[in-house]
Design a protein around this ligand. Sequence first.
Ligand SMILES: *Cc1c(COP(=O)(O)O)cnc(C)c1O
Length: 397
Amino acid sequence: MPATIPVLPASFIRELSKYDQQTIAYEIASFFLKEDFSSSEIHDLVAHTVSFPVPLVQIHESVFSLELFHGPTLAFKDFGARFLSGLLSKFAETNDQETTVLVATSGDTGSAVAHGFYNVPGTRVVVLYPSGKVSELQEKQFTTLGGNIKALEVDGTFDDCQRLVKQAFADENLRRGLSLTSANSINIARLLPQSFYYLFGAAQAPRHLPLIFSVPSGNFGNLTAGVLAQRMGLPIHQFLAATNRNDVVPSYLKTGSYQPRPSLPTISNAMDVGNPSNFDRLVNLFGSWEDMTNKIKGYAYSDEETKQILLAIFEQHRYILDPHGAVGYLAVREYQRSNPSCTYIFLETAHPAKFKEVVEAQIGSIEIPSRLQELSDRQKKSIKIPAEYDVFRQWLA
Ligand SMILES: *Cc1c(COP(=O)(O)O)cnc(C)c1O
């Protein structure tokens, strides 16, 4: 956690719509970085991070989709990955040891991090992913780059991958010989830039009604970043934590008891997490269950509901949701029934084409962006390992 969270000037928040994305991002980033980086370095970093548009698209009256998928790997994780790689490449200039970046992925993190770090001098990226549990296109995004990007195909679940990474960090012997860093959202440098786009969204939204953000959630990094944005002074009235049937946090919000459990596979697979790594940060930010339940309402949905809403929104509004955004939309719809006078923004966390099979099964064939299309012909390169720490450790060392 950052020791302090900046509070932005009230006039800046009030007049957000006057500023462009890079100005907003600079305002936040400079607070955290100004002791270590010059203002032009921070400008460069921000320009590298938010180098693509983040449009707010109206779906129907007072409901908006904040499209976070216009970056190089078509998912919101490009923000965190690009900010982190930009930062580490600055540090690498003054450090002669190679940095090994470890990342466990259920799909999108791996590709964003791999692209963010591809060919960054002084870094090697090790992506761990659960064999057979990520979509083919997702897998291609991080197994076809080569160079300083290595893909480990783990015979297990995402939770196994996350456990192996955490074990490596706790292994002092290993760390004596290797400079390790994490590119998962346990790394705070991933989270900070994710707070930017809550402000980008608010800057484009009508502001006379209470602002609601619905966040499709897995490891809860996105939601945590939203809470940071709120602490910075953005008037967010309520967060909706939307999950698939991996609903440990919605259950906690309902009952006050936190019961992590093994993750279950769903069609919104980037949210198949049974023990979210940012839960502790949320607890730290709120201090008590009462405070957390005041600000965050939890919702969970089945694959069947997700598929139905995907089709319904396409038929009624010609808007194509991806399965994760669909879960976010479902929470908006449910909350809206009892709270009708608000502005609702759900995060559209990935381009629907990244989940082509699921989306096309509902609405028929969709257009695939050329960036993804080109991947189909490339050859996957991965190294298969069992979900055993000793094997992983040996390979790393
Ligand atoms: C990672 C991811 C999520 C979940 O985000 P968290 O920060 O882990 O809660 C949701 N949707 C997509 C498409 C993702 O890639």
